[in-house]
Design a protein around this ligand. Structure first.
Ligand code: ARG
Length: 460
């Protein structure tokens, strides 16, 4: 028998029952639902809306239900409409009439808006921790490779020399931004919708400050209509998660390239690679590929949420029940990916000789050669042109700028002297880039220190 049976003359069609039910996916919010109900019952008792004795009975009953769910003594009823109805019905089964008073001055609309916030609050904290771990892992690796020269690319063409530390730290910056994005999101959703009722608050003399305080929110929300129709916090979190996945996916793409025979800049640990069922020589970067693939799925969750909300009139509509599967899937996927990605990075073997060999090809010191002429007084555009002609000469003669004879240099400009070889050596090229944010050891160490400072603040 449904709680709402009074209004109805017929039983709900079984198909509608299954279609309507969300317990399959919202049961994971059981702790949050109970926590919210305990705060609500406490406030109802304190405000004299229900008797103190009843409030205490409700709280006792809810605590028992929580314990029984955790121990497995109590199982979710798949026939229940949702987690909220399930717990309320179970409470009434256990404590009788007092249980029926819990829903005074409350609706499932403010209840569910509260529960998702409580649930996501913990998930955000977990994801932040995983990102902090990843950032630490990256910093560790970066510290080992401040002198490891590699080619930096644009258009996937060798461009200018950098170090592996510098490259890794670019990702550290992305994950740092991701952490702060999650913090922003958590701060904005830290308002308590409880007391908004179905849409128009309530006539009971409730104390919304009190429930907000009991549940650790900074303040109650300000508009009851907005409170029950708002899912911005899900969309905002989903978009932060999509951006995290975008970063993981770009990193994965590079890992996949780097461990190919064409690059061989790194070697993934056997424990984080997979083989082929037919080709005995294969060692595949499946983890990185799956992370890249799952990015599409998280983007899909974000688009599902945006599309689900875009045409909804205020206030609550049942469409909004679809919020949970999308945001839970996004959260689960990001956690799963971070959990596997981090140790893959921690265990990968870096191959500095191959990185250096690749940096030695492709004329990635051409800008430095032009800069050499600029230092000798030539305008950059002229220096650029002469260097272009030098590169063409090298290609014609099958040489590099390092191996081209000084005579050939002098043919193009009398400003060239034998000190050009020193000026265009890879180490000079990298170490010369000392500007803040650059790949030379000094600014890279500065960057590492700043990131360490960020992590230390994070742990306070
Ligand atoms: N299971 C519902 C959901 O997740 C709870 C809210 C139901 N409210 C309602 N008015 N039917 O959205």
């Amino acid at each position: 028998m449904k709680l709402w049976a009074g209004r109805f003359k017929k039983e709900t069609d079984e198909r509608v029952n299954d279609f309507n039910s969300s317990i399959r996916f919202d049961s994971r919010m059981y702790k949050d639902d109970i926590e919210g109900s305990i705060a609500h019952a406490t406030m109802l008792g304190e405000c004299g809306i229900i008797a103190m004795q009843e409030s205490l009975e409700i709280i006792g009953g809810l605590k028992e239900i929580l314990a029984d769910l955790e121990s497995g003594k109590l199982q979710f009823d798949p026939e229940a409409e949702d987690i909220h109805m399930f717990i309320e019905a179970e409470l009434t089964k256990r404590i009788g009439d007092s249980g029926k008073r819990l829903h005074t001055a409350r609706s499932r609309n403010d209840q569910v808006a509260l529960d998702i916030r409580l649930y996501l609050r913990h998930e955000i904290a977990d994801i932040k921790k995983l990102l902090v771990n990843l950032l630490e892992t990256i910093l560790q690796k970066a510290q080992e490779h401040t002198k490891t020269v590699m080619p930096g690319y644009t258009h996937l063409q060798r461009a200018q020399p950098i170090t592996f530390a510098h490259h890794l730290l670019a990702y550290a910056q992305m994950f740092k931004r991701d952490i702060t994005r999650l913090e922003d999101c958590a701060r904005r959703m830290n308002e308590c919708p409880l007391g908004s009722g179905a849409l128009a608050s309530t006539t009971y003399p409730i104390n919304r400050e009190r429930t907000a305080q009991l549940l650790g929110f900074s303040t109650p929300t300000q508009n009851s209509l907005d409170s029950v129709s708002d899912r911005d916090f899900c969309i905002e979190l989903a978009s932060a998660l999509s951006i995290i996945m975008t970063h993981l996916s770009r990193f994965s793409e590079e890992i996949i390239l780097w461990c190919s025979w064409e690059f061989k800049f790194i070697e993934l640990d056997d424990a984080f690679s997979t083989g082929s069922s037919i080709m005995p020589q294969k060692k595949n970067p499946d983890v990185a590929e799956l992370v890249r693939g799952k990015t599409g799925r998280v983007n899909g969750d974000l688009v599902a949420l945006l599309t689900m909300m875009k045409g909804l009139p205020l206030a609550y509509n049942k469409d909004m029940q679809e919020d949970k599967e999308a945001i839970f899937d996004a959260v689960d996927t990001v956690k799963l990916c971070l959990n596997t990605f981090m140790p893959m990075i921690a265990t990968m073997r870096v191959l500095p000789e191959n990185m250096r060999a690749a940096a030695a090809k492709g004329f990635i010191n051409a800008t430095d050669c032009a800069d050499y002429l600029v230092r000798k007084g030539l305008p950059f555009r002229d220096a650029y042109k002469i260097t272009g002609q030098l590169v063409a000469a090298c290609i014609e003669q099958g040489k590099t700028l390092e191996t081209l004879e000084i005579g050939e240099y002098k043919k193009l400009s009398s400003l060239f002297d034998t000190d050009v070889y020193e000026a265009i050596s890879l180490d000079t090229c990298v170490n010369g880039r000392k500007a803040d944010g650059g790949p030379a050891e000094e600014p890279v160490k500065k960057q590492i220190d700043a990131l360490k400072g960020f992590l230390a603040e994070m742990k306070e």
